[in-house]
Design a protein. Structure first.
Length: 145
């Protein structure tokens, strides 16, 4: 029996395998980065909620002081996300004091918990197509009144 010439078959197999593996690897890297940024957003929201929960209730009941405190919490979120290089123009943050918005806190309303809800429009390009995914983090910190 003569051995058949198989020159070039390995190259064809390599191209077929790479055609599947390269997009798969790029997808894994893309979604891994998105998961890492989502975890960062969650951690930043948790830090902001813990910061707000440690403040005296009077800070949140007075509207002037509340604006300063919420701006500090927003700044904490933005600094954490800027370190990762995320676009902050797509960041939306909502603060809840108990079941209501923090702007509705009154002296008769006990502050049982503080919730920070952060939503970020995650923009990236995958395979030449722009992708927009909403990353959402909600962190709640209890208060001992």
């Amino acid at each position: 029996m003569k051995r058949r010439r198989c020159r070039g078959v390995a190259l064809i197999e390599l191209v077929a395998v790479l055609a599947v593996c390269v997009p798969l690897l790029l997808g894994i890297l893309y979604y891994g980065r998105m998961a890492m940024d989502g975890a960062l957003l969650d951690r930043a929201a948790s830090d902001a909620a813990r910061y707000l929960a440690t403040l005296p209730p009077e800070e949140l009941r007075d509207s002037a002081r509340r604006a300063v405190v919420l701006a500090n919490a927003q700044s904490m979120l933005e600094q954490a996300l800027q370190a990762s290089g995320l676009a902050l123009q797509d960041l939306q943050v909502d603060y809840r004091c108990g079941l209501n918005s923090c702007s509705m806190v009154t002296p008769s309303n006990p502050l049982a918990s503080i919730t920070v809800i952060a939503v970020l429009q995650y923009r990236a390009t995958l395979f030449g197509m722009p992708q927009v995914v909403e990353l959402r983090a909600q962190a709640e910190a209890g208060r001992d009144n």
